[in-house]
Design a protein around this ligand. Structure first.
Ligand code: HEM
Length: 426
């Protein structure tokens, strides 16, 4: 039952040395770690490799047939309609929300006595951001209720089993129904209320947020707009896909900083030189190249989406191996990022390896091709703003005996939290 505990333990050690590993457990499966084959799956043969049956089984009840899980024409028009909301200028305009979240995080950390669970802290910070850009400003937004609903939803994903990951048939018994219960209902109800209130509201001040932009989103080719249900499912998708992933990036980055005091000092010096006493803004990103490299190196060693999967639709050959329709094709991003043929000293933390760009298909924290993460620049901007602000003001040190273990459930989580001591620099 190891696998139910930790999907990471499923990735055999040879996956970091071979281009492909195949097997059969009910269905045939392949783990692909070869950049050329990954390019074929994610880009060249997109329609032959839709998201796996399992991914849909897990996510559908919560986020419907939204951007993350839809396929074909239904995916395409939603992607076209949502794309402008994530254009660079809109992401930059949301910078102040991220800066405010960084300030709030500093206030909380200043009051901490003794070791702090930085994972809890970064979850709070990224939740401030995502809730502010989706449901905020309506008066009726109940932040705690949303937060609790999301926590309950994510806790239920912990029931994900090996069977689900390998894509075994849906009729096999599963450990409990994955997504039911009041948490999810409540989350949907809150989202519906926010959308209704916003649609009626008179003019809003400030730059448009994700909800404003989705309310007017339109497929440029067909003119189609989103129904209220589609809008709600996509907003929930952004919360589910963007909140914990960014929190994990920040928590693992701070964890790595605690193990590399020299790099932490260099990053703190960079941040203090660029920011002085203030918190970082979107305009500071260009002056924080080391922080950006640290974020990238964190995403390499601890990719939050450590395991992507597809179900093959057509017969194909990957790395000389035959793939049949119905086979599960897994992309263990964790193993790809630590592959001995692709990376020099793959397990070492070395942000400066990103001074030169890696092979495009050897580094896939956000996936690639047409289905690449729509929120990638949003997430990177948020991570650099929060990380640089924290490093400028605090020093993070390990607490011996409390090292977290990476554990893969739906995302790559630090089991037991990331406990560090936090001291003010001034
Ligand atoms: C560090 C943070 C993040 C990581 C590591 C991450 C990772 C990923 C990955 C790997 C995919 C592709 C999945 C696949 O091909 O199977 C993806 C897709 C997606 N992500 Fe992210 N993500 C992050 C943040 C965000 C944010 C902030 C948002 C929205 C606000 C977001 C929204 C989405 C959506 C909607 C998709 C589906 C896109 C499509 O299929 O067209 N993500 N993400």
């Amino acid at each position: 039952m190891t696998a139910r505990r930790n999907v990471l333990e499923l990735i055999p050690a040879i996956a970091t040395r071979q281009p492909i590993v195949s097997g059969k457990t009910g269905v045939s499966w392949h783990m692909v770690m070869d950049p050329t084959a990954l390019r074929r799956i994610l880009k060249e043969k997109l329609d032959d490799y839709p998201k796996s049956v399992t991914t849909k089984l897990i996510l559908n009840p919560a986020i419907g047939d939204s951007l993350f899980v839809a396929e074909g024409a239904h995916w395409r028009w939603q992607r076209r309609a949502a794309a402008p909301a994530f254009a660079q200028r809109h992401v930059e305009a949301l910078g102040p929300v991220m800066t405010a979240a960084a300030e709030a995080s500093c206030r909380r950390l200043s009051q901490a006595r003794g070791p702090v669970d930085l994972f809890q802290e970064t979850v709070a910070a990224t939740f401030d951001v995502i809730s502010d850009v989706t449901f905020s400003g309506d008066g009726m937004f109940d932040r705690d209720a949303v937060h609790q609903s999301i926590d309950a939803y994510i806790a239920q994903t912990a029931k994900l089993s090996l069977m689900d990951v390998l894509g075994l048939p849906a009729w096999l018994p599963r450990p409990g129904r994955l997504f039911s219960g009041p948490g999810l209902k409540r989350m949907k109800a809150i989202a519906d209320q926010s959308i209704a209130a916003r649609a009626q509201a008179a003019e809003k001040h400030g730059p448009p947020d994700l909800l404003d932009l989705l309310l007017v989103a339109q497929d440029p080719e067909t003119g189609r707009t989103m129904t209220r249900d589609e809008l709600r499912d996509n907003l929930l998708t952004f919360i589910v896909a963007g909140h914990e992933t960014t929190a994990l990036t920040l928590a693992w980055a701070l964890y790595l900083m605690a193990f590399a005091p020299d790099i932490q000092e260099a990053a703190a010096a960079e941040a203090r030189a660029a920011l002085g006493d203030r918190a970082a803004t979107a305009a500071d990103l260009g002056a924080l190249p080391l922080t950006m490299r640290i974020v990238n190196e964190t995403l390499r060693l601890y990719p939050p989406a450590a395991f992507l999967s597809r179900t093959a639709q057509a017969r194909d050959t990957l790395c000389g191996r035959q793939v049949n329709p119905g086979d599960t094709v897994m992309m263990p991003i964790y193993a790809l990022h630590r592959h001995h043929l692709l990376w020099d000293r793959p397990d070492a933390f070395d942000p400066d390896r990103f001074l030169t760009a890696p092979d495009r298909y050897a580094f896939l924290p956000f996936g690639a091709g047409p289905r690449i993460c729509i929120g990638a620049s949003f997430a990177l901007q948020e991570a650099v703003i929060i990380l640089s602000t924290l490093l400028a003001r605090f020093r993070f040190a390990r607490v011996p005996g409390r090292e977290p273990q990476p554990r893969m459930i739906l995302t790559l989580r630090p089991e037991g939290g990331v406990w560090l001591t936090v001291t003010r620099r001034d």
